[in-house]
Ligand binder design. Structure first.
Ligand code: RP5
Length: 172
C-alpha cells in the first residue's frame, strides 16, 4: 500500500503523512484518513506496521520517519492498541492515534483507552473511535500551519461545513 500526490509546496521531498495500522483488517477504517488527505492534495504513504507482530518494523518505521521527510504520523490500531503510543515514544513527529473498533473488542473501549491514556511526556493526539477522517483533517491542519494555500483550503472546507448546516436548518 503506497500512495501520494503533490499539490502542497511541502510535498517536494516526498510523502508528508505516514498512515500506519496494526493490521490490514484496519484498512476499511483507516482508508478515510487517506481519502481526506487526497482531497486536500496532501501526499501520504499507507502501510501495515504492527507493534506486537512486527516490533522491529515498527521501531525502524518510527526511527526513520523524520529523516524520510514525514511531518505527521497517523497510527490506527484496535484491541491492545499499542502502535500509536510506541511510535510516539520513538519519534519526535506528532502522532495522531485512531482507536479502531476490532471485531473482538469490548465496544472499542480497549482501543480507546490503550491509545488515550499515555504517560506524561509522550503525547498521542487521540481522535474518536474509528474517526480516521478526523485524523486526516487534524494532520492537514498541522501541515496548514506552515502552508498558506493549505490553510485557505481548510478554511474553505470549514465554510462549506457551516453552509451545509445552515442550509439544512432552513429546510426544517
Ligand atoms: C490489532 O488487532 C489490529 O490493529 C487490529 O485492529 C486487531 C485485529 O487484527 P487482526 O487479527 O485482524 O489482524 O493489532
Amino acid at each position: 500500500m503506497n500512495d501520494g500526490n503533490s499539490g502542497s509546496p511541502l510535498a517536494a521531498e516526498g510523502f508528508l503523512v505516514g498512515i500506519i495500522m496494526g493490521s490490514k483488517s484496519d484498512l476499511p477504517v483507516m482508508q478515510d484518513a487517506a481519502d481526506i488527505l487526497k482531497e486536500f492534495g496532501i501526499s501520504y504513504e499507507i502501510t501495515v506496521v504492527s507493534a506486537h507482530r512486527t516490533p522491529e518494523r515498527m521501531f525502524n518505521y518510527a526511527k526513520e520517519a523524520h529523516g524520510r521527510g514525514l511531518k505527521v504520523i497517523i497510527a490506527g490500531a484496535g484491541g491492545a492498541a499499542h502502535l500509536p503510543g510506541m511510535v510516539a515514544s520513538i519519534t519526535t513527529l506528532p502522532v495522531i492515534g485512531v482507536p479502531v473498533k476490532s471485531s473482538n473488542s469490548i465496544d472499542g473501549w480497549d482501543s480507546i483507552l490503550s491509545i488515550l491514556q499515555m504517560p506524561n511526556g509522550i503525547p498521542v493526539a487521540t481522535v474518536a473511535l474509528n474517526a480516521a477522517k478526523n485524523a486526516g483533517l487534524l494532520a492537514a491542519q498541522i501541515l496548514a500551519t506552515a502552508d498558506e494555500s493549505l490553510s485557505v483550503k481548510m478554511q474553505n472546507y470549514k465554510d462549506e461545513l457551516r453552509r451545509k448546516v445552515e442550509e439544512s436548518a432552513l429546510e426544517m
